[in-house]
Ligand binder design. Structure first.
Ligand code: SAH
Ligand code: SF4
Length: 356
């Protein structure tokens, strides 16, 4: 059984489990241990092409290549490292598209921010990715590759994976869940260290819960919901899709998700200066999510060219955070890393496209 991709790439090995590779090797007329060899070279030894797997008979490698079988690795197009060591990778796909991946190393952690789509159709006003619309969704192996490529570029094993790069993961649920399964079982990354971020797509949260239980057995990853506003009116001015998915319905779906999976969702809130970062917004937000015993992650706005939203001041960030804490809400604030390399979601790819 070969990993089918939405982009008509014939046969890709990356993403297959040990059992699937053994079965496939046998279907190809070889012994099952050939499948185990491929598994080891693809996941542990960094093989990018069939010809890198020198333990395989040359004749077989050539025959497979002739049939269009490939490892399915992406090509590194560009790599940028900012002064705080945040690394942005641009990875080229076989159909000429470019995927953006960000690696954020600290002394204890290596967080990889992966994309789930090329572009995004949701059109959030503050987001660079949303400005260009959707090109296509990523195949499972293109998601897994981002983690392998970032790991190779940094030279360390990742500790955390966040689906906070380009795209809306809940519009590509099956590939995202298959990628999580592979990251977990084949790359040894605990589900507990994986976060999916969503702006909310009508009717998809229950599907995510059901498919996650089916594909992964149990749900241990975190689902983070990008709320960004404490009321429907303000949310609609920032997120076009909010009109068809009222905030109350989102919160109902969060409760339903918890009942299906046993996992509380967390919330993300982008702080836009003088727009949603005032004390009255904090008070409204505290009321809205207070009953959820959830974590709120504050994200200071990172300016993009197309809009003139303001960055929040340090003082407003601190006041907002303190208000939530006083209301008994667990809150963290994402530090603005990699600003000098256009860290905001989608900025790097758009800049690359503008000059190429
Ligand atoms: N589509 C999903 C996941 C990708 S976006 C979602 O929206 O949740 C990942 C995160 O990047 C979101 O929380 C989003 O709010 C944030 N983001 C997008 N543009 C940003 C900007 N200009 N500054 C700061 N954060 C931004
Ligand atoms: Fe898409 Fe997320 Fe950007 Fe909104 S914030 S346009 S959902 S990637």
């Amino acid at each position: 059984m070969i990993n089918s991709s939405p982009i008509d790439e014939t046969q890709v090995l990356l993403g297959l489990s040990m059992g699937e590779l053994e079965e496939w090797a046998q279907l190809e007329g070889e012994k099952s241990f050939r499948g185990r060899q491929i598994y080891d070279w693809v996941y542990n030894k960094g093989a990018k092409h069939l010809n890198d797997i020198t333990v395989l008979p040359l004749l077989w490698r050539n025959a497979l290549e002739g049939k269009g079988v490939s490892v399915g690795r992406l090509r590194e197009v560009n790599k940028l490292i900012s002064s705080d060591s945040t690394m942005k990778l641009l990875l080229g796909t076989h159909d000429g598209e470019v995927i953006e991946t960000v690696a954020i190393p600290t002394s204890k952690r290596l967080t990889i921010c992966v994309s789930s789509q090329i572009g995004c159709p949701m059109g959030c006003r503050f987001c660079a990715t949303g400005k260009a619309g959707l090109e296509r969704s990523l195949a499972m192996h293109e998601i897994v590759d981002q983690v392998l490529s970032a790991q190779e570029a940094i030279g360390r094993r990742p500790t955390n994976i966040v689906f906070m790069g380009m795209g809306e993961p809940l519009l590509n649920i099956k590939a995202v869940l298959n990628a999580i399964r592979c990251l977990n079982l084949d790359l040894g990354i605990s589900q507990r260290r994986i976060t999916i971020s969503t702006v909310g797509v009508v009717n998809t949260m229950p599907t995510l819960a059901e498919l996650a239980l089916e594909y992964l057995g149990r749900v241990q990853f975190t689902l983070a919901v990008s709320l960004h506003a404490p009321n429907q009116r303000l949310r609609e001015t920032l997120i076009p899709s909010a009109k068809s998915y009222p905030i109350e319905k989102i919160l109902d779906d969060c409760k339903h998700y918890f009942s299906l999976t046993g996992r509380r969702v967390s919330f993300e809130y982008i702080l836009l200066g003088n727009l949603n970062d005032q004390i009255e917004h904090a008070a409204e937000l505290a009321k809205l999510v207070g009953g959820f015993q959830s974590h709120v992650n504050l994200i200071p706005y990172n300016p993009i060219d197309e809009e003139d939203f303001q960055r929040p001041t340090m003082k407003s960030i601190e006041t907002f955070k303190a208000y939530l804490q006083r209301s008994g809400i667990a809150v963290s604030c994402r530090s603005s890393r990699g600003l000098d390399q256009n860290a905001a979601c989608g900025q790097l790819r758009r800049q690359y496209e503008a000059v190429n």
